[in-house]
Write a protein that binds this ligand. Structure first.
Ligand SMILES: Cc1ncc(COP(=O)(O)O)c(C=O)c1O
Length: 314
């Protein structure tokens, strides 16, 4: 169902799972702030676990150690459009009686073991922020679920707790999507598969050229399909690499420069530096390269060969 924001979909997704003040929700610190903010909006506490450095996604092996009697849910993020290891996460969640809300904000259409993300937990949140693979002309989001009770709650909570016109069963929110954004997304949705295929083609070309380069690239499981919201690499001397790329007319970016446990916004959680060394290392070295469906083969080749020239070969 449509929402005003991905953040709003995350928020109501958690409330629909029954997350309450005092609960704990597990996620990883290598994500955009909104993942944790949604937990905080519910009065719950984000509990971080580190990433698998080969994928930059939440490492399922670390979840069990972070669980306490207050843990209620897990939010895996399909970061950069690469599906998190959902079978492992779900089996841990089922064993420990936890619920799973996917943060699919960056992963429209991605497939995990042949199944689309968005249907792999109890619910999932998507974002249609303009820079996303499917972007509105302003803000937008969506919540997906196969569970009727979650859908019923979220539908009412999204619109002031209304169950029928001017029948307010509880105090809800105004998290409705603007009609105009819905109209834009409805048209753009027809192009999503084509755009995704182009992103994947660009990613394959980057991988081919980078095979001998002195940099790291996250692993893609042969069983899954990343939709490459970002194509990230891990480099040394990042500032210098960025400025040398800029000198060749290539803009690069950092997603994300600081893990959430070291953000001032979450200083109250009191995680000291080195609490999540793999996330911290990823944040220190990660670099996002240009990737968008309209990139020409010449532009892709220019980015790829320039980066190899800057970082050198193995
Ligand atoms: C991983 C992740 N989660 C949540 C969000 C929040 O989505 P929105 O900006 O639509 O509220 C975003 C997007 O910015 C995101 O990248």
């Amino acid at each position: 169902m449509a929402f005003s924001l991905g953040t709003a979909a995350l928020h109501l997704g958690l409330l629909a799972l029954g997350v309450q003040p005092g609960d704990e929700v597990i996620t990883c610190p290598n994500t955009f702030l909104a993942t944790a903010e949604a937990i905080t909006y519910c009065g719950a506490r984000p509990v971080f676990v580190d990433i698998d450095p080969s994928t930059a996604n939440l490492d399922p092996v670390r979840i069990a150690r972070a669980v306490t009697p207050r843990t209620r849910a897990i939010i895996p993020i399909h970061l950069y459009g690469r599906p998190a290891d959902m079978d492992a996460i779900r089996s841990i969640a089922e064993n420990l009686k936890l619920l799973v809300l996917e943060d699919a904000a960056q992963a429209h259409g991605a497939r995990y073991r042949g199944r689309r993300v968005g249907g792999l937990g109890q619910a999932a949140a998507f974002s249609f922020y303009p820079s996303k693979n499917l972007g509105a002309y302003g803000e937008g989001g969506a919540l997906t679920t196969n569970d009727d009770s979650i859908a019923k709650y979220a539908r009412a909570a999204r619109s002031h707790g209304q169950t029928a016109r001017y029948e307010h069963e509880f105090v809800g929110y105004n998290y409705r999507m603007q009609g105009f954004q819905g109209a834009v997304l409805r048209i753009k949705l027809h192009y999503l598969d084509r755009w995704t295929a182009r992103r994947q083609e660009i990613a394959r070309e980057y991988r081919r050229v980078f095979a001998s380069a002195k940099l790291g690239v996250p692993n893609d499981s042969p069983h899954d399909e990343s939709v490459y919201h970002q194509f990230v690499v891990f480099v040394n001397n990042r500032n210098s690499v960025m400025s040398q790329l800029a000198a060749r007319g290539i803009e690069s970016a950092i997603h994300y420069p600081r893990p959430l446990h070291l953000q001032p916004a979450y200083s109250s959680l009191a995680y000291p530096p080195c609490s999540f060394p793999l996330s911290e290392r990823a944040c220190d070295h990660v670099l996002s390269l240009p990737i968008y469906p309209g990139m020409t083969p010449d532009q892709v080749a220019h980015v790829a060969t320039s980066l190899v020239r800057v970082v050198g070969t193995k």
